[in-house]
Design a protein around this ligand. Structure first.
Ligand SMILES: Cc1cc2nc3c(=O)[nH]c(=O)nc-3n(C[C@H](O)[C@H](O)[C@H](O)COP(=O)(O)OP(=O)(O)OC[C@H]3O[C@@H](n4cnc5c(N)ncnc54)[C@H](O)[C@@H]3O)c2cc1C
Length: 234
């Protein structure tokens, strides 16, 4: 289990925190909430992918997508024709959520079962990335987000591939994190029950790599594969 994020940790400096708004204030278990930008950013960085929410003509959509963060900007990439890219590029307000499940919280009662998790919900407005330097930087960040070190090992995009890829940016304007850690919180009257209770920690861990047989012979595993782990994981 990774990032040193405690329940309710807040940055001392207000400029490092998101302003709380009615839309972003955690209401259930507010003691688990954090509006600290560093906490929100760390969860976004460790999360392999995110869920992007938006509305079109009042109809809600939530689409899974790879993201990468540079500062307070989230970058997404995709096909030029995808609805997701078009909506984000239009400057619409976007909601992005990402979650890391750290463990199953197995309680004495069904009711008290839970997850240990770190999750974020952030809001921002989108724009299309036209500038080729920013676009290349964003695509490198996306590759690095998925597999740290991989951008140095694989071929960068050709001009044709760059032209075929849309990159959009979402400036994060508000957001929150919510973090649960620890053991079950059962009702006092349940602690004597003969039921195993505790946490079953979970982590995103790679299994043995599968090599593509079309590679030239004699290639060793690259660092990005041999040493793969999510940012923040020991
Ligand atoms: C973990 C993960 C990461 C991804 N990362 C990216 C990324 O970085 N860039 C990217 O372009 N695409 C990514 N995808 C694929 C992405 O979710 C969409 O499928 C993609 O954007 C294509 O959308 P579209 O334009 O075809 O459809 P859209 O017009 O966006 O969607 C049309 C409809 O198709 C259905 N649909 C679309 N996507 C999915 C889906 N994933 N699962 C089930 N139903 C779906 C929905 O009903 C949706 O309303 C990712 C998918 C996953 C699961």
């Amino acid at each position: 289990m990774s990032a040193p994020v405690a329940e309710g940790v807040e940055a001392a400096n207000p400029v490092e925190r998101f302003d709380r708004t009615p839309a972003t204030s955690v209401r259930q278990h507010p003691e688990r909430a954090s509006y600290d930008r560093a906490v929100v950013h760390a969860i976004l960085d460790e999360s392999l992918f995110c869920q992007v929410g938006f509305a079109v003509d009042g109809k809600p959509f939530v689409i899974p997508c790879i993201h990468a963060r540079i500062g307070s900007t989230l970058y997404l990439h995709g096909g030029l024709a995808s609805r997701l890219m078009q909506v984000v590029a239009s400057g619409a307000e976007i909601c992005v959520s990402a979650t890391i499940v750290d463990g199953l919280v197995l309680a004495r009662s069904w009711f008290a079962h839970s997850f240990n998790y770190r999750s974020v919900v952030v809001f921002g407005t989108g724009r299309i990335v036209i500038d080729l330097v920013e676009k290349a930087r964003a695509l490198r960040a996306v590759v690095e987000h998925v597999a740290p070190g991989r951008s140095r090992e694989a071929r960068p995009p050709s001009p044709k591939e760059m032209a075929a890829t849309a990159v959009v940016a979402i400036e994060i304007t508000s957001g929150s994190a919510k973090v649960r850690r620890g053991l079950p919180r059962d009702a006092d009257s349940d602690y004597e029950l003969p039921v195993w209770a505790g946490e079953l920690p979970l982590q995103l861990t790679p299994l043995p790599p599968v090599s593509d047989p079309r590679m030239p012979a004699g290639l060793d595993l690259p660092d990005s594969v041999r040493d793969y782990r999510r940012p923040g994981q020991a």
